[in-house]
Ligand binder design. Structure first.
Ligand code: MTE
Length: 332
C-alpha cells in the first residue's frame, strides 16, 4: 500500500487509493500545471469543456493517420498542444545536420518506402515486418505527451501509435531478454550527415525490458492525425515521455532483444553527460547546465517564463515505481 505522511506526521492513503486513477491523474496534472504557472489556459479549458477532449487539428500536409484517444493512464496531458509548424521545424535529427532547422530543410531525401523493421535477438518469434504490417499490428491511439529535451526545451505533441508492449508481446521475448535496443537508419546516401564524426552511427538507443513494456512507451507512426514528417522520425520512431528526448530514436530499422545493457549513441559520445537511464530529473544537473527548468517551444516571447521541470517529466505517478530503490543521481 502507498502511504504518505504530512508535515505533522499524520498518515494519509495516497490519493490513488481513494479516487479512480484517471481522475486523480487529471487532478495531479492540474496541480502540477498550477505549480508551473501554466494553469490559466488549462483552467479556462477545464471550466468550459472537458479539457481532456482538446481537439487537435490536422495540418493537411501528409497522409491521414487517425488514432482514437488513448485510455492509458497519463497518456493525454491537458496542456496546450504545441503548433505543428514549431514541432516540425525545430528538430534534433543529427543524420540531417546539427542545427535545429537542418532536419526540416534536409530530411526530404530520406526514403521511407519500402521500409522494414527487423526484430532480432532473444525472442521466440524473430521477424522482419514491412512498415505497412507493423502499422496494422495494433489499433492506433492518439497520445498527447510532453517531450522534454536534455538541452532544456520542451513541447507537447499529439503522437499517433500504439504501446511498444503490443509488439513485444507478439514476438515473445525469452526469459534472458533484459533490454531492448533500437537501431535506427544510417544510410549515407540519403542522410547527409551520417559519416560526420559527431556520433558513432547508427544512432542507437535502448531501454530496460520493464521500461519498454510500460504502456506509456509508444511506438509512433504519426502526429497530429497524419503520418510522421521525415524530420520527426518517419516512418516509425519511439516516444518515451518520462525520459529526455534523445532516448526516443527516430527512423527505426531494427529492434533487438539483449541480455546485457546496450551501449547507446549519446552515452558512447559522452558517458559523463548522458547516462543509460536519462530520466527527466530536475534534481540532477547536466554537468554543464541545470535541468531545473525548461523553455516551451513556441512560447519564445520576450516575457515568456521558463517552466519548472517536473520529476519524470510529470509522469511520476505512472513510472516512479520502475525505479524504486535506485539511486537516480548515480543512474542518471
Ligand atoms: N533519433 C535519431 N535517429 N537521430 C537523432 O539525432 N535525436 C534525439 C531523438 N531521436 C535523434 C533521434 C533527440 S536529441 C531528441 S530531443 C529527439 O529525437 C527530438 O525529436 P523531435 O525532433 O521530434 O523533437
Amino acid at each position: 500500500m502507498l502511504i504518505k505522511t504530512d508535515n505533522n506526521g499524520y498518515i494519509h492513503p495516497a490519493s490513488s487509493e481513494i479516487t479512480p486513477r484517471g481522475i486523480y491523474q487529471q487532478r495531479r496534472d492540474l496541480i502540477k500545471l498550477m505549480a508551473t504557472g501554466a494553469a490559466g489556459a488549462a483552467l479556462a479549458g477545464w471550466a468550459g469543456r472537458d479539457a481532456m477532449a482538446q481537439a487537435v487539428a490536422r495540418p493537411g500536409k501528409l497522409a491521414a493517420l487517425p488514432g482514437a484517444r488513448s485510455a492509458v493512464p497519463g497518456a493525454v496531458t491537458m496542456e496546450k498542444v504545441t503548433d505543428y509548424k514549431d514541432v516540425a521545424s525545430y528538430n534534433n535529427f543529427y543524420e540531417f545536420g546539427t542545427d535545429k532547422s537542418d532536419p526540416a530543410k534536409n530530411a526530404h531525401t530520406l526514403v521511407t518506402k519500402p521500409w522494414t523493421v527487423a526484430i532480432e535477438g532473444l525472442v521466440r518469434q524473430p521477424k522482419t515486418y514491412a512498415i505497412e504490417d507493423l502499422i496494422k499490428l495494433s489499433a492506433q491511439e492518439e497520445r498527447i505527451y510532453r517531450l522534454r529535451c536534455v538541452e532544456g526545451w520542451s513541447m507537447v505533441v499529439p503522437w499517433v501509435g500504439y504501446s511498444l508492449a503490443e509488439l513485444i508481446k507478439k514476438v515473445e521475448p525469452l526469459g534472458s531478454a533484459n533490454y531492448v535496443e533500437f537501431i535506427t537508419q544510417a544510410d549515407p546516401k540519403t542522410m547527409p550527415f551520417v559519416g560526420s564524426r559527431v556520433l558513432d552511427w547508427p544512432y542507437v538507443e535502448a531501454l530496460r525490458m520493464d521500461e519498454a513494456m510500460h504502456p506509456l512507451t509508444l511506438l509512433s507512426f504519426g502526429m497530429y492525425g497524419e503520418v510522421l514528417p521525415n524530420q520527426s522520425g518517419a516512418p516509425v520512431r519511439l516516444v518515451v515521455p518520462w525520459k529526455y528526448g534523445f532516448k526516443s530514436g527516430k527512423s527505426i530499422v531494427k529492434i533487438r532483444f539483449t541480455d546485457k545493457e546496450p551501449r547507446t549513441a549519446w552515452n558512447k559520445a559522452a558517458a559523463n553527460e548522458y547516462g543509460f537511464y536519462s530520466n527527466v530529473n530536475p534534481n540532477v544537473d547536466h554537468p554543464r547546465w541545470s535541468q531545473a527548468s525548461e523553455r516551451r517551444i513556441g512560447e519564445d516571447g520576450l516575457f515568456s517564463k521558463k517552466r519548472k521541470t517536473l520529476m519524470f517529466n510529470g509522469y511520476e505517478a505512472q513510472v516512479g515505481q520502475l525505479y524504486a530503490g535506485m539511486d537516480l543521481k548515480k543512474n542518471y
